[in-house]
Design a binder for this molecule. Structure first.
Ligand SMILES: Nc1nc2c(c(=O)[nH]1)N[C@H]1C(S)=C(S)[C@@H](COP(=O)(O)O)O[C@H]1N2
Ligand SMILES: [Mo]
Length: 198
């Protein structure tokens, strides 16, 4: 092992390693495939439906009553911007899945407005995903997915469904909106899985 000073190893924030092909941005672009749906909190609900058709439902107040976390994470959009150290508040998907009995391997995430995105169920578990309703200490704004969005920071940001309304558990993988028009099924930014075949 060579002689390396600790200061050299710990990279500065503006010198940090990004996934391949990404650049750093300080602002927070809005990327939506359609108009911004407006869902009053009183009408908002979140549903997990299992492969057996069993539904688990939370109202806005029920979501707020669950234990929350404040993850600080880096996010990476497939259009190549990355944003470091973003802070959110939300409920871990682990909490929502606590009483859900399932043998499903896949999830199709549904949003108000019709957007969908798919991922293996395990990528939503073990502290890897949240239903987030605050960004940088303030209520999540509608353009960024408010009242609540999924946050799955280890995958490209298109997997972080805005205006999220539920998770459908499936025995087989089913492509979502971008995945069915040529984007990668999994979308790991560190392996640069942007498009099918990457
Ligand atoms: N419902 C919904 N969620 C979505 C999208 C969308 O079009 N509709 N776009 C995705 C994409 S491609 C990205 S990069 C992020 C953008 O989130 P932002 O607008 O908060 O930056 O949301 C993702 N979630
Ligand atoms: Mo994106």
């Amino acid at each position: 092992m060579g002689i390396v000073s600790p200061g050299f190893r710990r990279r500065r924030r503006d010198d940090v390693e990004l996934p391949p092909g990404q650049y750093l941005t300080q602002d927070f672009p809005v990327l939506s495939a359609g108009p911004t749906p407006r869902i009053p909190q009183l009408e908002w609900e979140f549903v997990v439906v299992t492969e057996a058709g069993v539904r688990h439902r939370w109202t806005w107040d029920e979501l707020q009553a669950l234990p929350a976390q404040e993850p600080t994470v880096d996010i990476h959009c497939v259009t190549k911007w990355s944003k470091l150290g973003t802070t959110w508040r939300g409920v871990s998907v682990d909490v929502l899945m606590e009483d859900v009995e399932t043998a499903a391997d896949y999830a199709l995430v549904h949003s108000y407005g019709g957007y969908t995105t798919n991922l293996p169920l395990e990528d939503l578990l073990d502290g890897k995903a949240w239903v987030a309703y605050e960004y940088e200490g303030a209520e999540l704004s509608p353009p960024h997915g408010g009242p609540a969005r999924l946050l799955v920071p280890h995958l490209y940001f298109w997997k972080s469904a805005k205006w999220v309304r539920g998770i459908q558990l499936l025995p087989d993988d089913e492509p979502g909106f971008w995945e069915s028009v040529g984007y990668h099924d999994y979308g790991d930014p560190w392996r640069e899985q942007r498009y099918q075949g990457d």
